[in-house]
Design a protein around this ligand. Structure first.
Ligand SMILES: Cc1cc2nc3c(=O)[nH]c(=O)nc-3n(C[C@H](O)[C@H](O)[C@H](O)COP(=O)(O)OP(=O)(O)OC[C@H]3O[C@@H](n4cnc5c(N)ncnc54)[C@H](O)[C@@H]3O)c2cc1C
Length: 508
């Protein structure tokens, strides 16, 4: 893995922040479209893969299908459609290696600030590396930093936790040496992480309890998509993948739309699915009937019904109650019951973070994110030459990430064709009401949305939740739509730039 030294004057046509699924994908799109442009990926950690390298808990896997979580340009050839974390990491690593993208990654480079100068049409990006602060410049800042704090997850303050004699772990910092064989494990939470960890630990632990304050919708689906594998065998990797991708987009869109329009029907379908897989007489309504409607929060998947199977087999249970406090030997519940525990897993969520905590400044004025509005869910009002990736919450993240990259390529071509060097979204309409960037009821989203940019009620300020609509907007929609404003560099600067250009550094 490369760690080329950086000089303080280094300039890149594009700087990408983050070498996760999105950053590697963005680099792939850009280098394919513009092989001569310079770019680097600045990555705070010492490894690529982001989420898929960080999370190491038992059973870590996708909770959406790999034909849509995979890139549009690189077929997923694994047999399993709901894939394991290590397989997804390998896929990202292979994508980076095959295109030589890994040579452009600067590991251990945390971006702390970025300052835009309209006069120079340049971002100056401040980076911490090896205890030093360096600066780089770029024409386009492309932020693929994910959406949460990497250093630690969310853990509520549980009363008495300090007196607990067992081990407490958070899924985001899973100790490789944790031995839970023959131990009593309590997993606090009911989101995708808890639903993954519980059946994965069930094989080894003496007993695993999923302790939830309130239930979540869980749908059992096949871990392997037999039709996808048949299509691939029949049509080849590329075409088979493309057909399955559309099949899955259509299916997930239909399920989402049905959930929004006919919530009672979906509730009943999901309940019936759970009843079929749980032991006779199981209290389904207490443990698997949420208070909200399907897709108010992300729907969790149980590949091959693994969670339900674990409950049926014994050794795994679900408790729906509130925590009164920890004791020396376990957790005391509001109902008065005490759950004995040797290991407690706090699958209590993430701490959201916008743009990797980068402080943005435009012409010396700090950007207050909640005062900005997201344009097409990928740029910010009043912030020039800035693109970011935030994927879907109701479908695979990469569907949006790929579209953002495709749009960015179109945007750069548009700038080239017209001799522009700056573009900035401007919201001067009075008929656009503010909306939360992520209109999602999950607690971890609600806790932090006030720190994020806003979205708007009308196009192009709406945060799209439909891949087919976004596809039309981002792949085919007009670039010059009135909301995006363009600017040419003044002639005097163009002439000066030709003499001593910070934009003419060594090409990578
Ligand atoms: C456990 C888990 C499972 C998930 N499963 C799914 C799923 O099945 N389907 C789905 O669609 N989504 C899923 N998601 C959402 C998931 O995060 C995305 O699918 C996807 O991995 C995001 O990729 P990314 O590259 O945008 O962000 P990340 O994977 O978060 O990568 C961001 C990278 O940016 C780096 N970075 C951040 N800030 C800075 C900075 N200031 N300077 C330099 N580098 C920085 C980070 O170190 C990291 O490497 C899951 C999330 C989690 C946590």
């Amino acid at each position: 893995m490369s760690a080329e030294p950086i000089a303080s004057t280094e300039h890149f046509d594009v700087l990408i922040v983050g070498a996760g699924l999105s950053g590697v994908g963005a680099a792939h799109h850009l280098r394919t479209a513009f092989p001569d442009r310079t770019y680097a990926i600045l990555e705070a950690r010492d490894a690529l893969g982001g989420t898929w390298d960080l999370f190491r808990y038992p059973g870590v896997r996708s909770d959406s299908d790999m034909q849509t979580l995979g890139y549009r340009f690189r077929p997923w050839t694994g047999v399993k459609s709901i894939a394991d974390g290590p397989a997804i990491l390998q896929y990202i690593q292979d994508t980076a290696a095959d295109a030589g993208i890994d040579r452009h990654i600067r590991y251990g480079h945390r971006v702390t600030a970025a300052s835009w100068s309209t006069e120079d049409a340049l971002w100056t990006v401040t980076v911490e590396h090896d205890g030093e602060t360096r600066q780089l410049t770029t024409n386009l800042l492309y932020v693929c930093s994910g959406y949460y704090h990497y250093d630690s997850g969310h853990r509520p303050a549980f009363p008495g936790i300090e007196q607990f004699g067992g081990t407490v772990v958070h899924p985001q910092q899973w100790p490789a040496e944790l031995d839970y064989a023959d131990k009593n494990v309590v997993v606090i939470g009911s989101g995708a992480t808890a639903v993954t960890i519980v059946p994965a630990m069930a094989g080894q632990a003496r007993h695993v309890t999923m302790l939830q304050r309130s239930p979540t919708y869980i749908a059992a689906i096949p871990g392997e998509d037999k039709l996808a594998n048949r299509l691939r065998a029949l049509l080849g990797d590329r075409l088979g993948y493309a057909v399955t991708r559309w099949k899955n987009v259509a299916t997930t869109t239909a399920i989402y739309q049905l959930s929004r329009r006919r919530p009672r029907l979906m509730r009943s379908v999901l309940r019936k699915g759970a009843v079929k897989l749980l032991p006779p007489g199981y209290d389904v309504d207490r443990h698997f009937r949420p208070r909200y409607n399907p897709w108010d929060q992300r729907l969790c998947l149980a590949p091959d019904g693994d969670l339900f199977t674990a409950i049926r087999r014994g050794g795994t249970s679900v408790v729906t109650d509130e925590i009164a406090g920890f004791t020396e030997t376990g957790i005391r519940l509001r109902s008065g019951t005490e759950l004995p525990a040797d290991v407690v897993v706090t699958a209590t969520g993430l701490r959201l973070l916008a743009f990797g905590g980068i402080r943005l400044t435009v012409d010396d004025r700090p950007v207050q994110l909640p005062e900005t509005m997201a344009y097409k869910g990928m740029m910010l009002s009043g912030v020039p030459n800035f693109v970011f990736t935030v994927g879907y919450t109701n479908a695979s993240w990469t569907l949006k990430a790929d579209l953002v990259s495709e749009y960015t390529v179109r945007l750069l071509r548009h700038l080239d064709e017209h001799g522009y060097d700056q573009c900035v979204p401007v919201n001067d309409r009075t008929d656009v009401a503010e909306r939360p960037l992520l209109d999602f009821q999950a607690g971890y989203v609600q806790r932090s949305m006030h720190e994020f940019p806003r979205a708007g009620s009308r196009r192009p300020w709406r945060m799209g939740t439909s891949y087919p609509n976004d596809l039309l907007l981002l792949r085919h929609g007009r670039i010059d739509d009135g909301a995006l404003r363009f600017r040419r560099k003044p002639a005097v600067h163009r002439a000066a730039a030709q003499v001593s250009s910070p934009g003419a550094p060594a090409r990578q």
